[in-house]
Design a protein around this ligand. Structure first.
Ligand code: NDP
Length: 278
């Protein structure tokens, strides 16, 4: 099986372009799911304090027997932990829950427009965390251009990644281009639109033309656009299916067929309206 390429972040750290996401993986199924994913070959796990399964992710990594350096681990700052002191404490707690002494990537999960604490202050705490050497890279999630502009104006460190919702139904091309122009790598969450691509006639047609499944051609579309993806599945056969995307290519017309499905449709909230707290 072809191997997963790495993408080099703006500070030189390398991240596997395909990972495994654990949003909505219940704690009691998470050790098994991550164990299966690591056996299948995934070496990049995307979790968050909000997902409630950091302990189980850490447990599965330890049980795998893999060296810590072989698995890229991302987690995210929860919405109720913005602000300097809470962010620093939350990072310590995340490391403790994962049972790790460093994290590969730590993200501000949401910018939260209406809360009292400014995400710019939170980002300054992220810079402190990075400077402590216990996190190899820091980034953001769900940041629009206007959020990023404020970070550029008020802080020193550019995010290494921006993790945003992207699928054939929400191609996000202007925001992707803005990120790339500023050397911020793009991570695509809900890359297969939570499974919706499986029933899409246009995607099915592309899938049939290359002898693959709709999920595979959609993930391949992301990868050929240069984005980082981490589809979630609790089913081992789907983990295998989603992993097998590096031994075929989509031609220009297939790429255009998927990009042409853009209709600005989100599966999740728009970050400008989202202020949810745990
Ligand atoms: P995905 O687009 O990865 O879709 C997951 C859904 O699709 C699940 O219901 C899964 O079901 C199903 N599925 C998986 N593989 C296949 C397949 N090959 N064929 C058909 N159905 C399939 O959605 P997610 O929302 O989970 O996004 C992926 C990751 O992105 C998350 O796990 C998380 O790490 C991250 N994320 C980040 C957010 C953020 O705000 N930063 C927000 C949301 C997600 P089953 O498990 O039963 O196989």
């Amino acid at each position: 099986m072809a191997s997963v390429p790495n993408i080099r972040l703006n500070n030189g750290v390398e991240i596997p372009q395909l990972g495994f996401g654990v949003f909505l993986v219940e704690p009691d199924e998470c050790v098994e799911a991550v164990t299966n994913a690591l056996e299948v070959g995934y070496r990049h796990i995307d979790t968050a304090e909000m997902y409630g399964n950091e302990k189980e992710v850490g447990e599965a990594i330890r049980r795998s027997g893999l060296d810590r350096s072989e698995v890229f681990v991302t987690s995210k700052l929860n919405n109720n932990k913005h602000g300097r002191d809470d962010a620093l404490k939350a990072f310590d707690q995340t490391l403790e829950d994962l049972g790790l002494d460093f994290l590969d990537l730590f993200l501000v999960h949401w910018p939260l427009p209406d809360i009292d604490v400014d995400y710019v202050d939170t980002w300054k705490a992220m810079e402190e965390i990075y400077a402590s050497g216990r996190c190899r890279a820091i980034g953001v999630s769900n940041f629009h251009e206007h959020h990023l502009h404020r970070l550029f104006e008020a802080t020193e460190t550019k995010p290494a990644v921006n993790q945003i919702e992207i699928s054939p139904y929400l191609t996000q091309d202007p925001l992707r281009a803005f990120n790339k122009e500023h050397e911020i790598e793009v991570e695509a969450w809900s890359p297969i639109a939570r499974g919706k691509v499986n029933d899409d006639p246009a995607i099915k047609q592309v899938a049939e033309s290359v002898g693959r499944t709709p999920a595979q051609v959609t993930l391949r579309w992301h990868v050929q656009r240069g984005d980082i993806v981490f589809p979630k599945s609790i089913k081992r056969e789907r983990m295998e299916e989603n992993f097998a995307i590096f031994d075929f290519e989509l031609d220009e017309s297939a790429m255009a067929a998927l990009s042409g499905l853009d209709r600005g449709e989100r599966t999740g909230p728009n970050p400008d309206d989202f202020n949810w707290m745990p």
